[in-house]
Design a protein around this ligand. Structure first.
Ligand code: SF4
Length: 92
């Protein structure tokens, strides 16, 4: 029932992972990088809601919308990780 499980391999230390409903994709959040620019909260308030626990609930919007808003994070505190990704950062 819960979709808040890390994808295979798990995130690095200090990073939390929130699975999308497809079970193969996750949003990761690294608190140390967050500068509270609030792009995420403004972009998809149903998914990114700091008053809720967990504060990221990716199943509350279409996956494409979640991926798009994650891409707006100016600090890369938020990232998309897909199953099979080595480290989610391909240098681009
Ligand atoms: S968009 Fe990124 S930096 Fe801004 S509040 Fe969200 S996670 Fe933090």
């Amino acid at each position: 029932m819960s979709t808040q499980e890390p994808v295979a391999g798990g995130p690095p230390a200090g990073v939390r992972s929130y699975a999308l409903p497809d079970g193969r994709t996750a949003v990761t959040f690294e608190a140390a990088l967050c500068r509270h620019a609030a792009e995420c909260v403004r972009g998809l308030p149903a998914v990114f809601d700091t008053s809720k626990r967990p504060w990221i609930q990716p199943d509350r919007a279409p996956a494409d919308a979640v991926v798009e808003v994650v891409g707006r994070c100016p600090t890369r505190a938020l990232k998309i990780v897909r199953e099979g990704d080595a480290g989610a950062d391909s240098g681009g």
